[in-house]
Design a protein around this ligand. Structure first.
Ligand code: G1P
Length: 286
């Protein structure tokens, strides 16, 4: 019943961050002292996943390189006696078993998940959208996995959002069977406010049934002309339970420049070594 594989769709072009993302994968942008992607990978591992499956694109080699050994760098660090950094670099390349699959065309999140079919088709699997960074005591993916282990079926993370933000997300509705847990009956990708079934938005964490794959195969393009995961999950609800869990924790939206900047400032303020720099700047005494 447990979830051992976690899929990361990371093929997106990162147009919101251009020109920076012309050459750098947006997942490699720093969030304080490590790339955004490493927060998601650490969350998957802390949630009990062992195999990480990245759905990448041609501009994302830096992600593969980041999680690989760098013998030249390690050699230099060792020779210079910088052993702490040396072991840190080795740790990054050993922290997970990572598989890379290319998404050859940018056809949407549903299509990206479908690219993971060969690896994930036998069991329930996790999906992490690394733009949504969660900082919490209990990793959000593990909150979803607990519900899957207890109730079966697929699970998505939900957050109550303001009406003005509804059209940015997949919106889900259902019956609250226990506090913060909904048996979902409807799901719409980026609806207009008047068409939204609720004010609960799907945030970037999922536990999905392998039965999602046949549904994705036949899924027509939806919102934005893309093959939407949300549309396939709505189909899945007809045959299997899909739960929505109002997650506990803090979310940072690192998919927009403002959100990314906010996350960096907030986390720097919480870092003993960086707090003073931020405070000096905001208080104007440089
Ligand atoms: C994707 C999903 C959407 C979800 C969102 C969470 O949208 O399609 O349902 O609410 O992630 O961040 P995207 O942000 O890729 O447009």
């Amino acid at each position: 019943m447990t979830v051992k594989k976690c899929l990361f769709p990371v093929a997106g072009l990162g147009t919101r961050f251009l020109p920076v993302t012309k050459e750098i994968a947006k997942e490699m942008l720093p969030l304080v002292n490590r790339p955004i992607i490493s927060y998601g990978v650490e969350e998957a591992l802390a949630s009990g996943c062992e195999d990480i499956v990245m759905i990448t694109g041609r501009t994302k080699r830096s992600i593969e390189n980041y999680f690989d050994r760098s013998f030249e760098l390690e050699d230099i660090l060792r020779k210079r006696g910088k052993l702490e950094l040396y072991y840190k670099m080795i740790h990054i390349s050993e922290m997970a078993e990572i598989l890379y699959i290319r998404q050859r065309e940018p056809l949407g999140l549903g299509h990206a998940v479908l690219c993971g079919e060969t690896v994930c088709k036998d069991d329930y699997f996790g999906v992490i959208l690394p733009d949504d960074v969660f900082i919490d005591d209990v990793p959000v993916l593990s909150q979803l996995i607990s519900v899957h282990e207890r109730l079966g079926g697929s699970v998505v993370a939900l957050e109550h959002v303001k009406p003005k933000d509804i059209s940015r997300y997949g919106i889900a509705a259902g019956d609250e069977t226990e506090p913060g847990i909904f048996r979902l009956t409807d799901m719409v990708e980026k609806p207009k406010i008047q068409d939204a079934p609720s004010e609960y938005a799907i945030m970037g964490r999922y536990v999905l049934s392998p039965k999602i794959f046949p549904l994705l195969h036949t899924q027509q393009a939806g919102a934005g002309g893309e093959i939407q995961l949300t549309d396939a999950i709505r189909e899945l609800m007809k045959t299997e339970p899909v739960w929505g869990v109002v997650y506990k924790g803090r979310r940072f939206d690192c998919g927009t420049q403002k959100g990314w900047l906010r996350a960096n400032i907030q986390l720097a303020l919480e870092d003993d070594e960086l707090r003073d720099v931020v405070l000096e700047i905001v208080n104007g005494n440089k």
